[in-house]
Design a protein around this ligand. Structure first.
Ligand code: G6P
Length: 624
């Protein structure tokens, strides 16, 4: 939610800032801006409402030159998405220029105080408070300072920034430039991610690693409460309340080609078609035929601790919550461990009983979702062991958890999650096997499951061939205003996820329901204009779902069915059928998700929607 970039070095800052903002645009895209310090030390700002491309056009007609700068792409929280509310914001008489991601909860009281001191606010944002507050602290610091900057470079700036930060309540990822010190950027984080890129005589700051790909492969993940002082030739990291901290430089795992469109018209389509590979990567090195089980390197739990697990909580938001729901079905089936699936936003403020045998998994593509982070912190506080299932390496949730499992799906940029969802389902399937084999699941049963896993990438590849059929069906129904998505057992989560995909990118009202539960309300919506999408693979509830299809048909509702190859019974009943390869029931949700993603994609495209940047959404929701 909001993307931040910063650059200090020898090249034109604007080049990296714009490039980086384009890669971070998934985090927010209602307005954008950059500030650049030129050789004379003057700061110029360019801001526009709307997408990055509007900013790029504005900068093309009035270029900003200089080799130090900061930039921002916004997802509005305080104040509408106007040019005036876009970042960067300035403090005092252009003393500081800042970009901020996060929410300052006490901004009203700080603003009232600063206004009485004569500061004039230009925007409706909470961010502007930080800018004036730093200015205020700088002015107080310069009148009181006893520390010479020649002893510790920029000591007075750091002291002032820290003094301002300590008055804030809320979250921030922050970059600050200073009118009177044009060679330095200060970056700070609390609850909103920031990474530093280390180059040769140049340094980069960004909300995540994707802007750095192609610029440097050396990265520093800032932790909460850290404040970094960045110049062209040095990086110093200190703790907000203590002294200097040693920072470790890690290797960047993102390639520039991972973050471009590779010839696809949209990231979402690219990511849908990457799924045979991403699913393979989720299980790479994690299947152990010798013991007919799965293995994970980073759980950081002893066999005794794992053996004593008697309850699992899976917590997440959005699409990740749907994957968690599938995880519940699988873990309970394979391992007979009771599982609860909790919305992170609810869990963090509930007070469930603590049991030492409870293991908590937070599932998050980005690893930055504020509610999921809040939930995991709350669970840790209560003494639970917490593990993360994340895609983004080094993300806040990955850092916060006691251990975890990475998806290795590669960067997911389309706001509607696709490959991360199927990778989450894959990892949870592996986890179910792992816990199952530690309990009652036989070697033979474990091997049968492993064989199904091995076959999955090629089945997913075959499911991608439903693209043309999905397009044809999309054309037939793209004018509908309501959809129902119905499935049972393992495919109840698939129905929820199918409905969410459609809602997110086409703005069509869609509800996912357990197919039989439909009778208790949603069936009232069924009419000739409301298509029902049934997920109806072979399996032990097949006949039951067939009966549910009959119920919809009897009321005149059109039926689109996702079936297994060769199914003639559903074909005789449904108006339209998309057939996918046959696989074992427990991996069918992964295969069935593919045509649902494609259907949503084509419907949204036909309705002229902005596929990768749907209105009002952001990929990474770092506010509550
Ligand atoms: C946002 C995104 C969704 C995503 C959810 C959880 O709402 O738009 O696509 O599923 O956040 O994100 P996470 O990164 O925690 O999986």
């Amino acid at each position: 939610m909001c993307g931040i970039v910063g650059y200090v070095g020898h090249r034109e800052a604007c080049e990296f800032l714009l490039d980086g903002l384009r890669r971070l645009e998934y985090r927010g895209y209602d307005s954008a801006g950059v500030a650049i310090t030129d050789q004379a030390g003057d700061v110029s700002i360019c801001k526009t409402a709307g997408r990055i491309e509007r900013l790029a056009s504005a900068l093309a007609s009035s270029p900003l030159q200089g080799s130090i700068g900061i930039g921002h792409t916004r997802w509005a929280t305080h104040g509408p998405p106007t040019e005036g509310n876009a970042h960067p914001h300035i403090g005092g008489e252009r003393v500081v220029t800042i970009c901020h991601n996060g929410v300052i909860e006490n901004f009203q009281e700080l603003k009232a105080r600063l206004e009485t001191e004569g500061y004039v606010f230009q925007s409706a944002t909470d961010t502007e408070v930080i800018a004036h507050l730093i200015t205020d602290c700088l002015e107080k610091e310069s009148s009181e300072s006893k520390v010479s900057d020649s002893v510790a470079p920029y000591a007075s700036l750091v002291t002032a920034v820290k003094a301002a930060l300590s008055q804030l309540r809320g979250t921030y990822g922050l970059v600050v430039m200073f009118r009177d010190h044009p060679g330095v950027i200060i970056a700070a984080r609390l609850g909103s991610p920031l990474v530093l890129g280390i180059g040769d005589d140049e340094h980069f700051v960004a909300s995540d690693a994707s802007p750095l790909a192609g610029y440097t492969d050396k990265i520093v993940y800032l932790s909460d409460h850290q404040v970094a002082v960045i110049t062209a030739d040095s990086v110093r990291v200190t703790h907000r309340d203590h002294g200097e901290v040693r920072h470790s430089v890690e290797n960047l795992q993102v390639d520039a080609t991972d973050v471009d469109l590779a010839g696809y018209p949209h990231y979402m389509l690219k990511e849908i078609f990457e799924q045979p590979e991403s699913i393979k990567n989720a299980m790479r090195g994690r299947l152990c035929e010798d013991d007919a089980t799965a293995m994970f390197g980073g759980l950081n739990l002893t066999p005794q601790q794992l053996g004593s697990v008697n309850r699992i909580i899976l917590t997440a938001c959005g699409t990740s919550w749907h994957a968690a729901l599938l995880g519940e079905y699988l873990i309970e089936e394979f391992a007979r461990i009771p599982v609860e699936v909790e919305y992170a936003s609810e869990l963090r403020y509930r007070n469930p009983p603590v049991d030492p045998g409870t293991l908590v998994f937070a599932i998050s593509q980005s690893g930055e979702t504020a509610d999921t982070l809040g939930a995991i912190r709350e669970m840790k506080r209560k003494g639970h062991r917490t593990l993360a299932i994340c895609n983004t390496v080094g993300s806040s949730i990955a850092q916060e958890a006691d251990g975890g499992i990475y998806l290795h799906a590669g960067p997911e940029i389309g706001v509607a999650s696709t490959k991360a969802y199927t990778s989450q389902c894959m990892v949870l399937s592996l986890l179910a096997l792992y816990f199952g084999r530690m309990r009652h699941l036989s070697f033979d049963a474990g091997m049968r499951i492993i064989n199904e896993f091995h076959a999955l990438p090629s089945k997913v590849r075959a499911a991608l061939q439903t693209d043309e059929e999905s397009k044809r069906i999309a054309a037939k129904y793209s004018g509908a205003n309501n959809f129902l998505y119905l499935g049972r057992q393992y495919n109840f989560p698939t129905a929820l996820e199918g409905a969410l995909k459609l809602k997110e990118i086409s703005y069509i009202h869609a509800e996912g329901y357990p197919a039989a539960e439909m009778k208790h309300g949603p069936i009232a919506l069924v009419d000739e204009a409301t298509p029902s999408v049934f997920i109806v693979p072979q399996g032990f509830v097949y006949e039951k779902v067939l009966a549910n299809i009959e119920e919809v048909k009897a009321r005149g509702g059109p039926v689109i069915a996702i079936v297994e190859h060769g199914d003639t019974r559903v074909a005789a009943l449904a108006d339209d059928v998309i057939s996918v390869p046959s696989v074992a029931e427990f991996v069918q949700p992964i295969v069935s998700a593919i045509p649902l993603q494609l259907l949503s994609y084509h419907i949204a495209l036909m309705r002229g929607c902005d596929i990768d940047k749907p209105r009002n959404l952001a990929k990474s929701v770092t506010v509550e």
